[in-house]
Design a protein around this ligand. Structure first.
Ligand SMILES: Cc1cc2nc3c(=O)[nH]c(=O)nc-3n(C[C@H](O)[C@H](O)[C@H](O)COP(=O)(O)O)c2cc1C
Length: 224
């Protein structure tokens, strides 16, 4: 299994989110997964321009690392999203990545992959942020197997408490097991099916304006 982790902290590999994500990856690696971590620092992924070119032509005209990151995710079996809590939400870097995935979302272009989410915060409120990243993954076609988080204000020293490290390692292992066993999560599947129907209607409605996505739907999802 190949897993790509995307960490949306400006602190990159040295940040708390990257350190917690690393433990998840160690769990996955212990079950045989190959992993790669990508950091959304600086202008790696610029904000979406809302130009609709991705819907019309299937690529983004902006010159940054987005398309390269996309290729890596496309060729992976699993995706881990890691973000710090920035004002009760994901970081701007992570949000920019999500917004740029509009074309992927319309096509459920990551369908069949498995995911997990990682959040760190200063003082708490991680759960809705993890749920938001899981929801994002669902609308791209990914089934999330769960999440892990840590409140850094409650942690002294450089190491995570063993309870959190254990949860992180187990999450990584669960991700690999889900992929190996082709697991299906009925609740996620149900939401995904409903979302897919919304996108099907959208594609029928926008077929003239968005030829790339309409063709994708005809080829992959049997749109007439
Ligand atoms: C712009 C900004 C906004 C933040 N907002 C919150 C917040 O709303 N709640 C919170 O608990 N921590 C907040 N924090 C703290 C970070 O979530 C926390 O330090 C996190 O572990 C940083 O992860 P990193 O080292 O991977 O960047 C904020 C930090 C920054 C820089």
């Amino acid at each position: 299994m190949k897993i790509v982790a995307i960490v949306g902290s400006p602190h990159g590999a040295k940040g708390s989110t990257a350190r917690l994500t690393r433990i998840v990856l160690e769990g996955a690696e212990s079950e045989g997964a190959r992993t790669e971590t990508l950091f959304l620092k600086g202008n790696t992924v610029l904000p979406c321009l809302g130009c609709d070119v991705c819907h019309k032509k299937g690529h983004c005209p902006q010159k940054d690392s987005f398309e390269e990151i996309l290729e890596k995710v496309r060729s992976a079996d699993g995706l881990i999203l890691g973000s710090p809590n920035y004002i009760f939400s994901v970081s701007a870097q992570m949000k920019a990545f999500m917004d740029r995935c509009g074309g992927i979302i319309h096509c459920l272009g990551f369908h069949g992959k498995y995911g997990a989410s990682v959040v760190t915060s200063g003082g708490g409120d991680e759960e809705p942020i993890a749920a938001y990243m899981d929801h994002f993954m669902m609308i791209t076609g990914i089934q999330s197997v769960g999440s892990v988080w840590a409140t850094m204000g409650m942690i002294s020293g450089d190491d995570f408490p063993e309870a959190i490290s254990h949860r992180a390692r187990e999450l990584g292992k669960r991700l690999v097991h889900a992929w190996k066993n082709k697991e299906s999560f009925p609740e996620v599947q149900q939401k995904m099916a409903a979302f897919k129907e919304r996108m099907r209607s959208l594609m029928e409605y926008r077929k003239e304006e968005w030829p790339f996505e309409h063709t994708y739907w005809k080829e992959h999802w049997g749109l007439k």
